[in-house]
Design a protein around this ligand. Sequence first.
Ligand code: AP5
Length: 310
Amino acid sequence: MAMACSGHMPVEAAKPQPRTHFLACDSPSNSRKIFASSLHFLGKDPAPCRRFHASHIKNAPFARRSKLAVSRSDSIRDYSLELVAMAKPDPLKIMLSGAPASGKGTQCELITKKYGLVHIAAGDLLRAEVAAGSENGKRAKEYMEKGQLVPDEIVVMMVKERLLQSDSLENGWLLDGYPRSLSQATALQEFGLQADLFILLEVPEEILVERVVGRRLDPVTGRIYHLKYSPPETEEIAARLTRRFDDTEEKVKLRLRTHHQNVEAVLSMYKDITIKVNGDAPKENVFAQIDNALSKLLEQGKATSGSLAA
Ligand code: AP5
């Protein structure tokens, strides 16, 4: 929603005017950053304030939390209407990165369960295209078979479109396995899509191969298992588990090479927001590290929006 920006406005008794700290922006990805606090309308007639509320605030993304209040200002012996629009904190926007089988998908399951973010996995989007037999899927499979990056013209728009869907904008997103190259990171920046945190999972290479070879997927629930580290809970689940076409020792080595060729360039784009997490630990312990970072981020977000709305 586009709104004009204004700071403190002069108050005229005859013609009521809003006086406020009022920040606004019109980019869809930043729409949550619209804050309004303590809008004071001075005058005998409450109608202008109500009109302002109806036209500017009622349908704004934070309007659900706005409230219209009437108070009396003794100093100027007039009525002042106060409109307090509480700013909703920005939803989290997180990137999770790491080598093949470092545990990205596993941690995403835990993060989305607790934080309700929309999980967007570049690999899953591509596998869906492969399964659908689309032209993009056929092309993507050639690269995936070789453990190489699928060309940007397929991946970039696919991810961008998913990030801009209403559930991602509303609930925040968790981007898994994207960006994997400098050009993908630059494309996101050009679309105005900024993350709050870039998490890099670190796992020694010799462990990664064992994780890939033992990985199994449940086609019914989408859950990730490992024959040794995270075995299926029942015989019924065990019987229906599937294996990814690129989960072989030979293919994971190719994927690792691609990862090493690109990871430093990607990291260089996110130096200021990167945390490195030790992924060579039980999945609950890995999650505890991530959970700690995300809770802090949320607290900071609440503090910021709270102070603006105060
Ligand atoms: P993608 O599907 O993203 O594969 P990947 O990066 O190789 O990562 P994985 O999915 O294999 O592993 P993960 O880190 O999610 O680990 P998981 O949690 O499953 O990409 C596939 C292909 O698509 C790429 O090669 C490329 O061709 C293409 N592609 C994808 N994104 C692209 C992009 N942006 N641009 C271009 N092309 C792209 O865990 C693995 C196993 O370990 C599981 O069995 C799990 O149970 C177990 N495990 C997890 N955590 C632990 C733990 N803490 N302790 C013990 N075991 C654990």
